[in-house]
Each structure stands twice: as structure tokens, then as C-alpha cells.
Design a protein around this ligand. Structure first.
Ligand code: HEC
Length: 259
């Protein structure tokens, strides 16, 4: 027993040391004020719509979201654009279709059923256009990064001048939240780079919040249903517990009275 406790003690020291190390390497993430985080959390519909706008006008020239279709933009639990709005959005993009009756491929405006159009024809083109770095697909990026929404939010706001002792090559930028602090993406956002139609002021912070909300939904489109379901399960469990408690009482009361 003593030996076991000793091992446990040293193991915990080791774990602590590791933890301290990792904390030293990365700056503490900024915490966004997310409407979708809590147990009953829902997406802020207006923020999702603005986030789509930021994605479309800024990020989409480099980053794909290959799992989303234009029809997802009008589905419940998402940005909930109207069908007309979603159709209008889709029709701004061109997709290759075919072959037609003479065997040739042709282009046509995208429809609701089409997937989001990709910025590059293939990975090689994506890399060569970005100094050798691959702009990752954003469909599940929020889930793929430690820190999730807070990490991407922090990254977008984490660009700084490098400390004097750090030299950066061309096309490399200093970001205090990126692993190793060097990133091959220049700061994508700056104040008023988009113009919101609902009158919200397009500060870098606001756009970061909106686009991360949009990316969170892209990665977890059923978050609201999941929260709703979780809530129903809890209500169900509470009711069952009350029923079980009273039926137990009833059953045992009969037995006790016989003794
Ligand atoms: C000009 C092209 C370009 C644009 C525009 C752009 N990015 Fe990037 N992004 C990149 C490249 C290239 C990388 C890979 C960087 C690297 O690995 O060093 C990247 C990486 C990222 C990463 C991953 C960082 C990590 O932890 O690996 C995130 C998150 C990201 N971009 C978010 C965004 C968002 C949000 C927008 C729009 C507001 C955006 N990007 C616009 C090119 C771009």
C-alpha cells in the first residue's frame, strides 16, 4: 500500500510538471463569450449569418468547407437564411457539371444541393498559392484544434510584432497563439474589412466572434438538437426517479407492515 501511494505521488508530480511545461509554451487563450457553450446553449442566428458573410468574403478565397452544402444554410439550427436567400447565395457560385449530351463538361450556377465551392482545384494548387502551407479545410476545424472555438478566436486576434530576437522569413507571421508562434497566414481580418448589413460594427473582434460561431456550427450542425435532447433526457430521468422512489416506498411499506 505504501509503495502504491509513493508511486501515485511521483506520478502526480510528473503529470504536474508536464502540465506546467505545456502551459509555458502557449499563451493563455482568450475566452469568447459564446451563446452556444452552456447546457441550454443555442447559436446566435444573427452572428451565424454575419459569420457566413465573413467566411465568404474573407476566408473562402483560401479555406474550403467541403462538407457544407448551400442548402445547409437554410436548415433549422443553422444560420436559417430563407430559401430565397440560400438560393441567391448558391447562384453566385459556378460549378462544373456534366457531361452533357455531346459528352462535354459545362459550368452552371450552383444550386442548393451543391457542396460549397472549393477555392482551389487540388491540394497542390492550394499549397503553391500559400507559400507551401496548406490552408486547412474548415468543416471540422473547430473540433480538430485543442481549445476549439476559443483557440480559433484567439488565433485571429493573436497577431503581433515579433519579439526582437525572432527573425521571420518572408510570408511567415508572428502569432502568439499558433504552435511555435509562426504562421504562414497573414492576419486575415482588420476593422471594417466587411460591411455588415444589419448595422453591426465590423470590428476585428466582432468579425472573429462571428466567423468562429459560423465555424462552430459547420463543425457541429446538430448542436442545438443535441442540447435539446440532453435536456429531455434529464427531465425523463427526473420523472423516472420520482416514480421509482414512490413505487419503492409503496412496495416496501407493504412488506414492512407485515413484519
Ligand atoms: C490568403 C489565404 C488565407 C486566407 C484569406 C485565410 N487563411 Fe487561414 N490559413 C491560411 C494558410 C496558408 C494556413 C496554414 C498556415 C500554417 O500552417 O502556417 C491557414 C491556417 C488557418 C488556421 C489553422 C491554424 C492552425 O492552428 O493550424 C485557422 C484557424 C485559420 N487559418 C482561420 C482563418 C479564418 C477564420 C480566415 C478568415 C477570417 C482565414 N483563415 C483566412 C491561409 C489563409
Amino acid at each position: 500500500m505504501k509503495k502504491f501511494l509513493k508511486i501515485l505521488f511521483f506520478a502526480s508530480l510528473l503529470l504536474n510538471a508536464n502540465y506546467a511545461n505545456s502551459a509555458e509554451n502557449s499563451a493563455k487563450l482568450l475566452k469568447g463569450d459564446w451563446s452556444f457553450k452552456s447546457f441550454f446553449g443555442k447559436f446566435d442566428r444573427a452572428s451565424l449569418q454575419r459569420g457566413y458573410q465573413v467566411y465568404n468574403e474573407v476566408c473562402a478565397s483560401c479555406h474550403s468547407v467541403k462538407y457544407l452544402s448551400y442548402r445547409n444554410l437554410m436548415e433549422k439550427g443553422g444560420p436559417e437564411f430563407t430559401e430565397e436567400e440560400a438560393k441567391a447565395i448558391a447562384s453566385n457560385f459556378e460549378v462544373t457539371d456534366g457531361p452533357n449530351s455531346t459528352g462535354e463538361m459545362f459550368t452552371r450556377p450552383a444550386r442548393l444541393s451543391d457542396k460549397f465551392v472549393m477555392p482551389y482545384a487540388n491540394d497542390e494548387e492550394a499549397k503553391s498559392a500559400n507559400g507551401g502551407a496548406y490552408p486547412p479545410d474548415m468543416s471540422v476545424l473547430v473540433k480538430a484544434r485543442k481549445g476549439g472555438a476559443d483557440y480559433i478566436y484567439s488565433l485571429l486576434l493573436g497577431y503581433e510584432d515579433p519579439p526582437v530576437d525572432i527573425e521571420l522569413d518572408d510570408g511567415v507571421y508572428y502569432n502568439k497563439f499558433m504552435y511555435g508562434n509562426k504562421i504562414k497566414m497573414s492576419a486575415p481580418l482588420s476593422d471594417d474589412i466587411v460591411e455588415y448589413s444589419d448595422g453591426t460594427k465590423a470590428t476585428t473582434e466582432q468579425m472573429s466572434k462571428d466567423v468562429v460561431t459560423f465555424l462552430m456550427w459547420a463543425a457541429e450542425p446538430h448542436l442545438e438538437q443535441r442540447h435539446k435532447f440532453g435536456f429531455r433526457v434529464i427531465i425523463y430521468l427526473v420523472i423516472i426517479s420520482i416514480l421509482v422512489y414512490f413505487s419503492m416506498k409503496k412496495i416496501w411499506s407493504r412488506i414492512e407492515s407485515k413484519v
